[in-house]
Design a protein around this ligand. Structure first.
Ligand code: NAD
Ligand code: MG
Length: 355
């Protein structure tokens, strides 16, 4: 087992990584809870709920809800339903919420915990690679028809219990999605991290390699959120690849491309723009070749609706006034935030789609 310690403004917590630890959740809880409410989705529930329940047999009031797998569950209706279930089952202020699943369940159940009786404890039990990102840092949210994650809070978990054994059942698309964030984190860290991630063949990942990459990704995220929990400064650097990534997701329709697949294209774009602006040598080609070898969707038709993409980027909640902010790389490990005019952006999108 491995541990990463995270400091947050409200409390410190530990991310524990290990194989099979979903069956021993109790060992990671620091106090007795009057009830435990497990929230999972109907895919993860089928695979792992039994194991988690097995480890909580001695506990008094344990109950669970399975939401539909997928982003659509981060909505008001599901949020409300979970609160109703919690109330019906007598959840009180000394109860615990367990978020068993990927980022969707983590964000949703975390926001339920943040709001139930003004906030109760919760633990993240991530089951996707992408959730190395969502389970650390304390951002929890649901979506509004106006946009993703618009209703939420900063509310860190009391523990993250990361059973890497569960990652063995992830479909290829979800492995690609998680690895896009790992590349992003490597690019804002250092050259050795980039080389290590680009060494991975996603079809033949060993569990050691996967754990090493996830651990490095969490370490990068942790060091950034500890400096800037509320995203007023350096936390913005974690948005590398996300300006265009979010626009692609939203323009193309959620569900067609995973978040990470869109972020992968966004990250390449950030490398493309950075090379031009800073006139430096960045691993555009290495990243491009790696993404292609690992069958990421990189079809340039994704970029044809230039105006629509620019409008989506402007609608992003990270936009300051009307200018689009992008995270660029002065070098590997040296991210910087920069404002880009519409004109520049349009030209870069054109030259990027031809590259
Ligand atoms: P997800 O939770 O929808 O999981 C992806 C799919 O994989 C789902 O269909 C799920 O049922 C399935 N799945 C999960 N674990 C599995 C397993 N072990 N084996 C087989 N199938 C499994 O999506 P995600 O990619 O994990 O997370 C995306 C969400 O995370 C988005 O809503 C995003 O906004 C959010 N997010 C939040 C933060 C944050 O800081 N809070 C950061 C990044 C992303
Ligand atoms: Mg992301």
């Amino acid at each position: 087992m491995e541990e990463i310690h995270i400091k947050s403004s409200s409390h410190d917590y530990i991310v524990t990584m290990g194989e099979g630890i979903r069956s021993t959740l109790k060992a990671f809880l620091k106090k007795e809870y009057s009830s435990i409410f497990i929230v999972t989705d109907d895919t993860v529930g089928k695979l792992y709920l039994k194991d988690v329940l097995g480890g909580l047999e001695e506990e008094k009031n344990v109950f669970y809800t399975e939401v539909h797998a997928g982003e659509q569950s981060k909505d008001f209706e599901t949020f409300h339903r979970l609160h109703t279930t919690a109330l019906e089952n007598g959840l009180d202020r000394n109860s615990l919420v367990v978020a068993l699943g990927g980022g969707v369940v983590g964000d949703l159940a975390g926001f339920v915990a943040a709001t139930f009786m003004r906030g109760i404890d919760y633990v993240q039990v991530p089951t996707t690679i992408l959730a190395h990102d969502s389970s650390v840092g304390g951002k929890v949210a649901i979506n509004h028809a106006f946009g993703k994650n618009l209703i939420g809070s900063f509310y860190p978990p009391v523990a993250v219990i990361y059973d890497t054994e569960t990652l063995a059942t992830l479909p290829g698309k979800e492995i690609r999605s998680g690895y896009a964030e790992l590349i992003k984190e490597a690019l804002i860290t250092d050259e050795a991290s980039v080389t290590s991630v680009l060494d991975a063949d996603l079809n033949k990942l060993s569990s050691n390699q996967l754990r090493m990459h996830i651990k490095a990704g969490i370490a990068t995220k942790a060091s950034i959120v500890q400096q800037d929990e509320r995203e007023s400064g350096v936390r913005k650097f974690l948005n590398l690849g996300h300006t265009l990534g979010h626009a692609i997701e939203s323009n193309y329709g959620y569900g067609k491309l995973t978040h990470g697949e869109a972020v992968a294209i966004g990250t390449l774009f950030a490398l493309h723009v950075s090379e031009d602006i800073f006139n430096n040598e960045l691993p555009f080609n290495d990243v491009y070749n790696w993404l292609q070898a690992n069958r990421y969707p990189l079809d340039s038709s994704i970029l044809v609706e230039t105006d629509a993409l620019i409008n989506k980027m402007k609608a992003d909640k990270k936009t300051v006034d009307t200018n689009i902010q992008m995270v660029l790389l002065q070098n590997i490990g040296k991210p910087i935030n920069r404002t880009i005019s519409d004109e520049e952006l349009k030209n870069y999108l054109l030259s990027f789609s031809k590259r």
